[in-house]
Design a protein around this ligand. Structure first.
Ligand SMILES: Nc1ncnc2c1ncn2[C@@H]1O[C@H](COP(=O)(O)OP(=O)(O)O)[C@@H](O)[C@H]1O
Ligand SMILES: [Mg+2]
Length: 258
């Protein structure tokens, strides 16, 4: 493989606290993600998934080891990165459109220049007629879509997502999975997606990295060779079932219960 690595992590360890109260959240994490690749981390609650994401986003520091994006050590939030957290954290006093334009304001980019992109993305997410609405006037699924549109508005190369659909009902979640796949295929972002749903992982991923319970380590790196675009019926195929079984057995073997 000669594809350039967009993300490279080596020997990464994260401890919270010191002395007898110290807690090792991540232990010797190493992986690299190629440009345009869709990589999914799956692991039990508390295994350090969010910790890893916060380090990649530049909101937290590793205790040891290195984490690089495009060959540069991560020292803080980056312009080329979009982030989606588990809850969409929208500002209630901003309209949908103004929430979407938040990164433009924060990065001090030109609002006028990005307005068309914002509207185009809102339209793609089926939210065109809601741009003047406030977050509390939208359903949970719609709010989460606003969060995703916001993460894309400055056209970042990397999209980092921490259980973005965890709070949604099953139907909405499936629709969002399909939507995300479509966006990714259209715009070819490098994606890191965190979940504790095995089926969501297999449905979305080029690669599934399976983590152990705390301290989180990577036990397996599984390439998902299912052609795209994948629709929801792919979940009924024997091959899909094989991948799901492989991931589940690994999680069971490490003592993680999904
Ligand atoms: N800021 C923090 N201070 C102390 N402990 C933390 C902090 N953030 C997370 N932890 C602990 O680190 C472990 C991993 O947490 P987290 O990364 O949120 O796991 P996950 O996202 O996989 O559920 C947990 O035991 C959690 O309690
Ligand atoms: Mg988490």
């Amino acid at each position: 493989m000669t594809a350039k690595a967009a993300i490279r992590v080596h020997g990464l360890t994260k401890c919270y606290g010191v002395g007898s109260g110290a807690l090792v959240a991540l232990s010797d994490i190493g992986f690299s993600v190629g440009e345009g690749e869709f990589t999914v981390f799956v692991g039990p609650s508390g295994c350090g998934k969010s910790t890893l994401l916060k380090i990649l986003v530049g909101l937290d520091r590793a205790t040891a080891g290195t984490a690089e994006i495009q060959g540069e050590a991560i020292t803080g939030p980056r312009r080329d990165t979009g982030v989606v957290f588990q809850s969409p954290v929208l500002f209630p006093w901003r309209t949908v459109l103004d929430n979407v334009l938040l990164p433009i304001d924060v990065l001090r980019l030109d609002r006028k220049q990005h307005l068309a992109t914002a509207r185009e993305l809102l339209s793609m997410a089926g939210l065109s007629s809601f741009e003047r609405h406030y977050p509390w006037q939208l359903s949970g699924g719609m709010q989460q879509r606003v969060g995703i549109v916001r993460a894309l508005v400055h056209d970042p190369k990397l999209l980092l997502m921490d259980e973005p659909f965890g709070a949604l009902d099953a139907l909405t979640r499936e629709n969002m999975n399909m939507e995300l796949q479509r966006i990714w295929m259209e715009r070819r972002k490098t994606v890191i997606f965190i979940t504790h749903s095995i089926t969501e992982a297999v449905l979305l991923a080029d690669r599934v990295l399976v983590m152990t319970p705390r301290p989180g380590r990577i036990v397996r790196d599984i390439r998902i060779d299912i052609p795209r675009p994948r629709d929801l019926s792919v979940a009924n195929t024997p091959l899909f079932g094989e991948y799901v079984r492989e991931v589940r057995e690994l999680l069971n073997a490490t003592g993680a219960i999904d």
